[in-house]
Design a protein around this ligand. Structure first.
Ligand SMILES: *[C@@H]1O[C@H](CO)[C@@H](O)[C@H](O)[C@H]1NC(C)=O
Ligand SMILES: *[C@@H]1O[C@H](CO)[C@@H](O)[C@H](O)[C@H]1NC(C)=O
Length: 501
């Protein structure tokens, strides 16, 4: 009973919460947007029962407040209206914007309701503000001076630039008489670049300039009429149109992350599609030995920057403070600080635990990279791992709940736990081919590849052991004392021993 009371109280408090800066709208919003060609809209589509929406609520309100306050100073915020709509009530709006989950955050520029931007990164105020700045400007930004170029460099970790020797060709759209130049390959490249800027504006900045603006200071040794570069903090990388292995789009995907990038739930997928080897330093900044953890982070960052020219085609260096993210790949609680290696073409992973105060030098990292095949030994996306993941996530949610609100959690977990244990019992004890397929389909969103059959076969042999661990009754007492996985620990030890030899 109390369980329902709690939920009802929560719902009520949610719907009666007043918004000063966010405007609640209804179905008329679609028409309003269409008829406001000078305004841009940030639209949140929410569901009252969704916990992510509730978590976003104060952030969204803060965000709206900040946009209003900065409207007069920041050009990109001057015409932005922040609104939200209950997608469960106004389902016609939800259909219009193709909502697949809650909350969905859409940005609509200048009444163009057919080409909306969907916000997919972390739902923090800073990240969303940055996103608005990017998408509420032109897709292609023209750099009129070397000073503007320097400014762009100081503002962004990564951006793309097209440098043309043609008469302002990248600024204005092409007219037929451009064909006189006979430079169709170059024109095509410019068109491709523009197209890319339109499609990926929500992910990066795209600039263009003419050679006379910039060539005395930068890029002087590049002679082609049209050149495209990715500019990063440590230098710039040229796109080679002659190299048929890499399309402009692939170049963008490979280069859009900073050389030493923070990896989050929001961007890990982007890094995985590069098929690079991800070397992720995971740590908790709040831990006792803060300075040591920071030092290691800087050390790896320095290595990434200094070796970038040679390694960036196949390695992406990252760091994260979100250890849950790594634990979710491993489907086990991982200790920290650690260096996590993930081969994103095979989805295998491994990790190297740092012993207390262990110093990391360039030699160490060289060694790690050279011996990656000895470390990367765990399959990360097999059938068993997928089968596991829902249980794992349930476990994490329950533990978090107990930490945050022990009393209410007891009430909430009591009955459902009994039901869940029964369901688990049936799920685990009767693993039939059909339920396996179903599970795989359910988790299909995780990755496009299903080619790890061989790996699944190998791991299937150990299935009974895994299941045994998970068959324990999921009552409250068991949770805090859930043991570390013995196999993983052993493997970890042997890896570390190997390292020391
Ligand atoms: C290059 O751009 C600058 C600034 O936009 C302009 O003044 C100049 O005429 C342009 N030069 C060419 C060759 O298009
Ligand atoms: C990922 O693993 C495969 C197979 O072991 C290997 O051929 C490939 O080079 C690895 N990828 C990277 C980026 O190291």
């Amino acid at each position: 009973m109390l369980y329902f009371v709690v939920i009802i109280v929560q719902l009520l408090s949610y719907s009666t919460c007043t918004h000063k800066y966010v405007r609640d709208v209804d179905s008329t919003i679609v028409e309003e947007i269409k008829h406001s060609p000078t305004a841009s809209y940030l639209l949140e589509l929410y569901a009252p029962w969704c916990s992510h929406c509730r978590r976003l609520e104060p952030i969204y309100e803060e965000l709206a407040k900040e946009i209003q306050q900065m409207a007069s100073t920041v050009e990109e915020y001057s015409n932005v209206r922040v609104v939200r709509v209950d997608a469960t009530v106004y389902s016609d709006v939800a259909n219009k914007f193709d909502v697949r989950g809650y909350p969905t955050i859409k940005f609509i520029r200048g009444g163009d309701i057919e080409h909306t931007f969907t916000y997919e990164d972390d739902r923090t105020k800073v990240a969303i503000l940055e996103f608005i700045k990017r998408v509420n400007g032109p897709s292609l930004r023209w750099l009129s001076s070397i000073g503007k170029f320097t400014q762009a460099r100081s503002k962004h970790d990564v951006f793309f630039i097209l440098i043309s020797r043609q008469q302002d060709s990248s600024q204005q759209s092409h007219s037929e008489n451009d064909d006189d130049h006979g430079n169709t390959a170059d024109d095509k490249l410019i068109e491709l670049y523009k197209d890319m800027a339109n499609r990926y504006l929500s992910q990066s900045y795209f600039y263009a300039t003419n050679a006379s603006t910039i060539i005395q200071t930068y890029f002087s040794k590049y002679k082609q009429p049209v050149e495209i570069f990715a500019v990063k903090s440590e230098g710039f990388y040229r796109y080679d149109p002659q190299d048929s292995h890499i399309s402009l789009e692939q170049f963008f995907i490979n280069e859009k992350s900073p050389t030493y990038a923070e990896v989050t739930i929001g961007n890990i997928h982007d890094m995985i599609v590069t098929r690079k080897l991800l070397i992720i330093y995971g740590y908790k900044p709040s831990n006792d030995d803060k300075n040591y953890r920071q030092e290691v982070k800087n050390q790896i960052g320095a290595y990434a920057l200094s070796t970038s020219k040679q390694t960036r085609s196949y390695i992406q260096f990252c760091f994260t403070t979100d250890l849950d993210l790594l634990s979710n790949i491993a489907v086990w609680t991982l200790p920290e600080p650690l260096i996590f290696l993930y081969n994103s073409s095979t989805h295998y992973y491994g990790y190297y635990l740092l012993s207390p105060k262990e110093q990391i030098t360039d030699k160490h990292i060289d060694h790690l990279v050279e011996n990656q095949h000895e470390i990367i030994i765990h399959p990360g996306n097999t059938f068993v791992k997928r089968l596991f993941r829902p249980f794992w996530e349930l476990y994490r949610t329950v533990v978090l709940m107990f930490i945050e609100a022990p009393f209410i959690s007891m009430l909430v977990v009591g009955l459902p736990a009994a039901v869940i244990s029964i369901v688990c019992y049936f799920l685990c004890c009767l693993p039939s081919e059909s339920s396996a397929k179903e599970q795989q389909r359910k988790d299909g969103g995780e990755s496009e590849e299903d080619e790890e059959d061989e790996a699944s076969e190998r791991i299937l042999n150990v299935q009974p052991k895994f299941i045994e661990n998970f068959k324990k009754p999921k009552d409250a007492k068991d949770i805090p004392t859930w043991p570390q996985h013995p196999e993983l620990l052993n493997e970890q030890k042997t890896t570390q021993e190997k390292k020391r030899d």
